[in-house]
Design a protein around this ligand. Structure first.
Ligand SMILES: NC(=O)c1ccc[n+]([C@@H]2O[C@H](COP(=O)([O-])OP(=O)(O)OC[C@H]3O[C@@H](n4cnc5c(N)ncnc54)[C@H](OP(=O)(O)O)[C@@H]3O)[C@@H](O)[C@H]2O)c1
Length: 453
């Protein structure tokens, strides 16, 4: 590892190359430039180069112009740099630059959930072979420490489930829909104007960002790699003000939940399976996640013997995300400082701390969504004729779907509006019953189908 020089009896300077000086990069630079009253090791960390796209852009942080460059390859190959901090985002060139940094023997800190969820196998295989760390606390839930607790503080537990609100934009939208009784499109437009939602909101509102994050959490909690394509993903576009109102009357709020869970052992199952999924969910008002509102995130982890542990806090923003990035930088600096990276394996690469490195090789077996056992909320618009509720009961009954409640709420557009909540049922059976119900002319529309926690 190049570039360290002694500046005192014990102090050493660790040089950081920042890739990106946007929201997170600026927050990170601000902390690194202002170490007073923070951990003393911060005084030994210096920003050596900063990679950006435009040299002319005004910057909110006071860095010498000479540190900035548009040549990001020069940063990842700079022999002086110990730690590359990738906060530029996107898939490429971020992926290639991370791999190049690793090939040069540099440790990497990244906030890039999209790149890690897609290329984690390639990146961690390369990092393990090179004997370097790739740390990613900021990639999930911004300022909330959840990666390190999963890797370290909770590692004595058998983890069974992770349930989280990990996307601030959708939580903000759902919270406002709930408070104002407004429809999705109106709140989204306002959130975009206020800067809480991107101009292209797809990654957030369609659940893709949450899917990236839950894939990372599942991988850490269950010790295997996750194929992103196997993560079931449904967003919040179809949630209406009517559903929020009915959910409220029934004692629920609607949240976009990201869930990773062990499937209880089933006789004849080929191997242990996981459910890894993102979808809007009715959450009982008494559940701890129900009161997580606005842009806040929370992650509930269930393990044996610890029980339930919930992490709550700001899931994004310059300061919170930089707090997580800097913690990772300090973790690496601490290892370098005490020389733990100089204990070598037989092949001459440094031996990695097994609690900090990600060394899973095998893929987790993810159960298809049809196998999910859950309760459902479903809203029907039906012709107001006798026998409608009986037909529903018969169709559901034929597919072993038992009903917890059936309520005819009133009339909408000349149709009877009926809300059904099921008991725990197999999703595949429930879908078959719905298909059968759709064949009846009586049922004009099924505007919403949501899972219930
Ligand atoms: N924002 C958050 O609250 C948050 C929270 C958690 C995780 N993250 C993750 O953190 C990462 C960064 O997010 P951000 O919000 O800080 O992004 P951002 O504000 O858009 O900043 C991106 C920075 O990277 C630079 N950059 C991007 N592509 C480049 C390229 N091809 N060549 C050179 N420079 C390039 C940009 O340069 P210019 O400044 O010259 O344009 C900019 O400084 C993303 O992976 C994101 O998912 C963000």
């Amino acid at each position: 590892m190049g570039g360290r020089r002694c500046i005192g009896v014990e102090a050493v300077v660790f040089k950081v190359g920042l890739l990106g000086l946007g929201t997170v990069g600026t927050g990170t630079a601000e902390i690194l430039l202002d170490p007073a009253q923070r951990h003393p090791l911060l005084q030994e960390i210096k920003i050596h180069r900063v990679g950006v796209r435009s040299l002319d852009k005004p910057r909110q942080v006071n860095l010498p112009a000479s540190l900035l460059t548009t040549d990001l390859e020069a940063i990842v190959t700079d022999p002086e740099i110990d730690i590359v901090v990738e906060v530029m985002g996107g898939l490429e060139p971020a992926r290639s630059l991370i791999l190049q940094a690793i090939a040069q023997g540099k440790h990497v800190v990244t906030a890039n959930k999209a790149a890690i969820a897609r290329y984690g196998d390639e990146i961690f295989t390369a990092a393990n072979a090179a004997g370097v760390y790739v740390l990613l606390e900021a990639a999930v839930a911004g300022g909330i420490p959840v990666i390190e607790p999963l890797k370290q503080s909770l590692c004595g537990n058998r983890l069974n489930a992770i349930t989280g609100i990990v996307n601030g934009t959708t939580n903000y939208i759902l919270t406002r829909m709930q408070a104002e009784g407004s429809d999705f499109e109106a709140v989204l437009a306002d959130a975009q104007q206020l800067g809480y939602a991107e101009a292209d909101p797809t990654a957030d509102v369609d659940g893709l960002d949450a899917a990236d994050k839950v894939a990372i959490l599942a991988s850490l909690a269950f010790g295997g790699r996750i194929k992103l394509a196997e993560v079931y993903c449904e967003g919040i576009r179809k949630i209406s003000a009517a559903d929020i109102t009915y959910a409220d009357r029934l004692g629920f709020v609607i949240k976009l939940l990201a869930t990773a869970k062990r499937v209880p052992d089933q006789p004849g199952a080929p191997s242990e399976q996981l459910q890894v999924r993102v979808h809007p969910t009715l959450v009982s008002r008494s559940h701890p996640l129900a009161s997580v509102n606005g842009v806040y995130n929370a992650i509930l982890i269930e393990g044996e013997p610890v029980g339930q542990v919930m992490f709550f806090g700001p899931g994004a923003g310059a300061g919170p995300t930089a707090s997580a990035v800097v913690a990772d930088i300090l973790n690496i600096a601490a290892i370098l400082k005490v020389g733990r990276d100089t204990v070598m394996r037989d092949d001459g690469t440094p031996l990695l701390d097994p609690l900090l490195a990600c060394s899973h090789q095998d893929y987790c077996d993810i159960a298809p969504i049809e196998e999910l056992i859950t309760r459902f909320y479903v809203r029907f618009l039906a012709k107001d004729s006798p026998g409608v509720i009986g037909t529903l009961g018969t169709c559901f009954g034929q597919h072993a779907v038992s009903l917890e409640s059936v309520v005819q709420i009133g009339m909408r557009d000349g149709m009877a509006e009926i809300v059904v909540i099921t008991h725990d049922v197999r999703e595949g059976n429930f879908r078959q019953a719905l298909e059968e119900i759709r064949q009846f002319d009586t049922f004009a529309q099924i505007p919403s189908v949501l899972r219930v926690l």
